[in-house]
Design a protein around this ligand. Structure first.
Ligand code: DQA
Length: 151
């Protein structure tokens, strides 16, 4: 039997506080809730999930390097690193599968420094402002693009 495809979901700084942090902007769901929703969706399609969050830029970069070894696709919410990190961008540029950039909030309605992303122009697509549902919507697209849709 062929090995299950692996899809990565990566999250940047402060997203460990999801549910507690500025709930009027980011909602009440926690990272654990988001991970569970992602896992349920991917397992229904026979896809393995690697889900991580870190406050450290180098860890995100290292996970992207790991994903290069056989990762079929990626969803990433780089959080504040979106607006600052050439290192995360450069790592993502080496990943050959589809990459969907997700932001829970509508960054374009917020402060001007959130309007620029180092990731958007190298991502396959971007989902902003659809709350935590953005993660499963992004994964649905990744499933389609890697040919792993079922049902
Ligand atoms: C965010 C938006 C970023 O501007 C912010 O720094 C975050 C979260 C979002 O999901 O809406 O930490 O990526």
């Amino acid at each position: 039997m062929a090995e299950a495809p692996v899809v990565w979901v990566l999250n940047g700084p402060n997203l460990n506080l999801l549910g507690k942090r500025e709930p009027h902007i980011y909602g009440h769901e926690t990272m654990a809730d988001v991970e569970a929703e992602c896992r349920t969706l991917l397992s229904a399609h026979g896809v393995t999930l690697r889900f991580h969050q870190s406050n450290r830029e180098y860890e995100i970069v290292d996970w992207i390097h790991e994903a290069r070894e056989g990762g079929a696709g990626m969803v990433i919410n780089p959080a504040a690193f979106t607006h600052t990190s050439v290192a995360v961008r450069d790592a993502l540029a080496t990943f050959s599968g589809p990459i969907i950039e997700v932001h829970i909030s509508n960054v374009h309605k917020r402060e001007p420094f959130r309007h620029h992303s180092y990731v958007s122009d190298i991502a396959t697509g971007t989902i902003v402002g659809l709350g935590t549902q953005g993660y499963t919507l992004a994964l649905q697209r990744v499933l389609r693009l890697i040919g792993a849709e079922r049902g």
